[in-house]
Design a protein around this ligand. Structure first.
Ligand SMILES: NC(=O)c1ccc[n+]([C@@H]2O[C@H](COP(=O)([O-])OP(=O)(O)OC[C@H]3O[C@@H](n4cnc5c(N)ncnc54)[C@H](OP(=O)(O)O)[C@@H]3O)[C@@H](O)[C@H]2O)c1
Length: 330
């Protein structure tokens, strides 16, 4: 039985998600929500018989079972709460919620709707190459530290330079470099090493007070993880996880194209396999497996939810450390 899928947000990432959903054979797109009928119809036309809604309540009552939310970050919270109230499963884009206060309210709503499953779409941690990194880290005798990098010039940065305020670079939409790109290496660090005992954020502000790039330092009991990310420049640095003599070298901690284990004695072994053409397929398979077998997959689900909430806690702490306040914090 395929799951009836509805989507919110009609940008390119939603198209990629719907293609992944269909490729997984676990979902069928049946409804699109857009603020404007024309953009909803333009999106839906590639996917056959799909109903288009401009009214959110009507969309939630249209018979969908799962909603994918890919609106600007600040809107995720209200849209998720409404979906949970309608007993719909939710796949919400990263960064899921603006702060810990919102996450706690979502948790309370989930307790009142115990059959609902909530997922944050952190696509990279579900990929085979991430699992290969995890397995290798578990084998390594000692971790001395890590440097994780995700810094890409954004097409939206041109708009910012032209004097505009693109959603993804504004605090009004709970956005900026940390919540947009920094969240990928942060997810990786917390998945691999757990909660840090301290976290610090050195942010480079944009003229509007949002962060355009930054350096995060996560302090663990006996090592530190440095994270570099930004939206106004291109970095070609690889990410590295340091053992003692041995090292894992990753071309991109978010895209996970090539992962090499260097044993320090001259032997380099590729531990990656070719990345999926559509990087959202693995997460969509995992989410469907959990929805379709909630009892059998409960431990996996709880682990993912805990990871998502931990990332939200550290994101909130990091912004506090850098003095970045979102309107959603008030
Ligand atoms: N997983 C990934 O690889 C990946 C990649 C890119 C983005 N994302 C995430 O996806 C989400 C959307 O990012 P994006 O860059 O696509 O954002 P965006 O272009 O600013 O907005 C996405 C969609 O939300 C709706 N929207 C835009 N502005 C709005 C507003 N002011 N009020 C209400 N709705 C509005 C629009 O849909 P309608 O016009 O149809 O209403 C738009 O297509 C974010 O959470 C982002 O972090 C994830």
């Amino acid at each position: 039985m395929t799951l009836k899928l509805g989507i919110i947000g009609t940008n390119w990432i939603t198209k990629m998600l719907v293609e992944a959903a269909h490729e997984s054979q676990a979902y069928q797109l049946t409804a699109v929500y857009s603020r404007r009928a024309e953009s909803g119809e333009a999106f839906a036309k590639d996917f056959g018989e799909v109903a288009v809604y401009t009214d959110l309540a009507a969309f939630y009552e249209s018979g969908i079972e799962v909603v994918y939310i890919a609106s600007p970050n600040s809107l995720h919270y209200e849209q998720t709460l409404q979906a949970i109230a309608h007993d719909l499963h939710v796949i919400v884009e990263k960064s899921a919620f603006s702060n810990t206060k919102e996450y706690e309210a979502v948790y309370s709503a989930l307790r009142e709707h115990p059959n609902v499953r909530l997922f944050e779409a952190a696509r990279h941690v579900h990929q085979a190459n991430f699992k290969a990194i995890e397995a290798k880290v578990a084998e390594m005798a000692h971790i001395s530290g890590a440097t994780l990098v995700y810094e890409k010039y954004s097409s939206r940065f041109d708009d910012y330079l032209a004097g505009k305020e693109p959603n993804v670079l504004t605090r009004e939409f709970s956005a900026g470099a940390l919540t947009d790109l920094g969240v990928y290496p942060l997810y990786a660090a917390i998945k691999l090493f757990g909660m840090p005992k301290e976290s610090h954020y050195f942010a480079t502000p944009l003229r509007n007070g949002a962060d355009g790039r930054g350096i995060v330092i996560l302090r663990y009991a006996d090592f530190d993880v440095t994270i570099q990310f930004g939206k106004g420049a291109n970095s070609y640095l690889h990410s590295e996880i340091l053992g003692m003599r041995d090292t894992i070298v990753i071309d991109s901690i978010a895209e996970l194209g090539e992962v090499i284990y260097k044993d320090g004695a001259g032997n380099d072994t590729e531990i990656s396999t070719p990345a999926p053409a559509n990087p959202m397929v693995p997460e969509m398979q995992v989410f469907a497996a959990i929805i379709n077998d909630p009892v059998g997959q409960d431990a996996t689900y709880r682990e993912l939810l805990t990871l998502s909430q931990r990332v939200n806690i550290v994101l909130t702490n990091l912004r506090q450390d850098a003095g970045i306040i979102f309107p959603a914090d008030k």
